[in-house]
Design a protein around this ligand. Sequence first.
Ligand code: ADP
Ligand code: MG
Length: 731
Amino acid sequence: MSSSAPDGSTAVAPAARAADKAPAKSLPQRAMEKLGLRRDIDLALHLPLRYEDETKLTPIAEARPGDTVQVEGVVREAKVELRPRRQFIVHLAESLEVGASAAPGRRRAELVLRFVNFYPSHQKTLAAGARVRVRGELRGGFFGPEMVHPTFKAVDAATPLAASLTPVYPASAQLPQAYLRKAVASGLSRAPLDELLPARIAPTGLPSLRDALHFLHHPPPSASLAALEDHSHPAWQRLKFEELLAQQIAQLQAQRERRKLRAPALWASIGGLHERLLAVLPFQLTGAQRRVAEEIAADLGREQPMHRLLQGDVGSGKTVVAALAATVAIDAGWQCALMAPTEILAEQHFRKLVQWLDPLLAERGQGIAWLTGSRKGKERRRMVERVASGEAALVVGTHAVIQDDVHFAKLGLAIVDEQHRFGVAQRLELRRKLAGDPDGANGQDGPDGPNGRPGTLEPHLLMMSATPIPRTLAMTYFADLDVSTLDELPPGRSPVVTKVFADNRREDVIARIRDEVEGQARQVYWVCPLVEESENLDLQNATETHQHLSAALPGRMVGLIHGRMPAAEKAAVMSLFSSGDMAVLVATTVIEVGVDVPNASLMVIEHAERFGLSQLHQLRGRVGRGAVASVCVLLYTGPLSQTGKARLKAMVETTDGFEIARRDLEIRGPGEFMGSRQSGDALLRFADLAEDAPLLQRARAAAPELLDKHPAAARAHVSRWLGGKMEYLKA
Ligand code: ADP
Ligand code: MG
């Protein structure tokens, strides 16, 4: 467990580099790939989270409890003790050469090193008489100063101290810091780091990329740790500018490419489906719905593919807007695909759309097809045929809609609900599918030849999301995305009141449920978390809660739904709850999106501290969908972390999705906001959109100039920074 020499001269990365020849990859190599560390440049751009100062030694007597220090000494005694538990105890005496404070005549300062986990290698290196350099946090122990699990290495009197601060990199359990340090050091020495930016564009006053990287990986001991750690140092500024520039160029390119594409111009026909749907709707559209429906219709009428995000809080009525867009496409003689991330959500759409559209479509000899993962065999084949023949004017489902065997006769519009919940891979698949079916089954001119020109046509794309994207993010991540916003809820909604209780108030909450169910004939959701790592435990918890509630509510139907149930069973449970037969539904987060049961007036979220803010908001959106006053109870198990507290507080203070999104961004930062938790996926690793707004402005201004006047440099810059992540930008 000794710490590595900071100059990291032993090359480890060459092995990683030769990985394509050597078939078996080591665990750390695979862990590096997972972090997106494939090329030398990726390693060079993998920057330290913080630094350790191994450039100096602190005399033991001068170190204060709480300080993280490096000391050097000789092992006076080393032994394994068995009480109070088995541990390895080392008494380290200050070596004579250091520690000027050890005044003559006084006992030399000593330090206890304590290892609860240890291996024979510990005992070997830390044997009595060994001279070692040790680094860790000093604590005031019972027998004087001690360090628990310090890093250590054997040295002799001539071993030099590190010449620069030692970087600590974002690593993972399978990727030891020492291994990563060596890999990064050799990646840095090999990576081509020539200046790509012409003088007019390279920001003045900041170091070159090469200098910035060498500095950040191995800062001199004199460097300001504060400026390094808060990323305000000019070297960091340079990196952030470079990153933002790459991202802006990539966006600009994607935007220009998209501008070249053509789509069928879709218009509703007089007396057609669109008008008929408006006539049969059981409610008046809100002003916001009317406005966004017009924005969408205007896009559909153009010969360029729409690329629009419809954002609106949960319950703002996005589905009907989607249905209206679909009718425009169908009126124009094209098909529309509507996709949702889960089967339950797809089913919701399906039922509502069937109710609204099926009778109208039937009159025209058309229908709706339904494609999900659980529909297989003959039924699926029949659906696929109806899609291929064009008889299915509307195709609803999960990502099963974009499977390889599905070919649209004439896909004019694709609508993706809760689009941020689709994985990146599925989003890419969708884009590929939309970009043109390889068989040419889709993307041909309409029967009327809508624009008289030959060639393939792209469908229009409408994405919907209940998680509003803050303006800066929309501008930065989706340079060519148009955004429509539903900023008004349908009338007659009463806002949900949110309450936070510690878990020991559970029985009070159950009494409240009884009241709701027996007194008011209302329905209740009880949501249990399901975290992948502890899936079995959580499932057990959900099952127990289900039993407990069943016992507490005799004569009432209490259901259980979770992700591991077969789809048919899930659908059966959902339909019992939707019909009102089931009073209480205990669920893991499968109900998270889109379920619509207006009679549900109480939602209990257990272990609310484990959910993200936008997830809590989405869940809460399942109640308060009718005119009934609704309550959301957040049960938590303490102690709460700072962010946990901030999230629950935000939930109590606001029901406004935009405000929730703003706070979420504040609590989590934009990287996570975009749903890209693995650092390998995050598009912006270093820059912070709020903090680095001035750099973003510079990058925005520089991007078109670089792309137009120095296209080769622009390409090289983007590839250097984004490499394998290019595809994500299109997703
Ligand atoms: P979301 O935006 O969360 O997808 P939905 O489309 O599911 O919201 O709509 C929520 C509920 O509001 C549905 O029951 C829907 O039928 C209803 N609704 C939608 N628009 C209106 C409206 N203008 N007036 C009344 N109710 C509406
Ligand atoms: Mg919805």
